[in-house]
Design a binder for this molecule. Structure first.
Ligand code: ZN
Length: 118
């Protein structure tokens, strides 16, 4: 799980699971596991990242309002906090989500695909 969260293939832990900052590779370059099976695969990761951002914004907003009250520019602090949080957590959350899908058996090598056997 830790290796996947850090961007490694959950199956072999050696190949990189990402081909860009946020884009997941189609296959593991080492073991050949196919990562992307469905265009909607990453919805869970997006929901988790946004949920984390909402919690962080609520905490930062609560602390800011508690210290200074409502002030001009608070909304930009909160928008910036939300954007920074999503940018920081989306990749590790996506890697963790990749591990969840692998652990559930949704990510595997093509030759192990039961649909191709029939
Ligand atoms: Zn691999």
């Amino acid at each position: 799980m830790l290796a996947a969260t850090l961007g490694r293939c959950p199956a072999c832990r050696r190949g990189s699971a990402f081909r860009g900052p946020y884009a997941v590779a189609e296959f593991c370059p080492v073991c050949g596991v196919r990562f992307e099976r469905d265009p909607g695969s990453w919805l869970g990761a997006a929901v988790i990242a946004y949920t984390i951002a909402i919690v962080v914004v609520a905490v930062v907003g609560g602390l800011a309002i508690g210290r200074r009250g409502l002030f001009v520019g608070l909304e930009w602090w909160l928008v910036g906090t939300a954007l920074a949080t999503v940018l920081l957590v989306y990749r590790p959350v996506k890697g963790w989500w990749l591990w969840v899908m692998w652990a559930a058996g949704w990510i595997h090598r093509d030759r192990e695909d039961p649909e191709r056997r029939s």
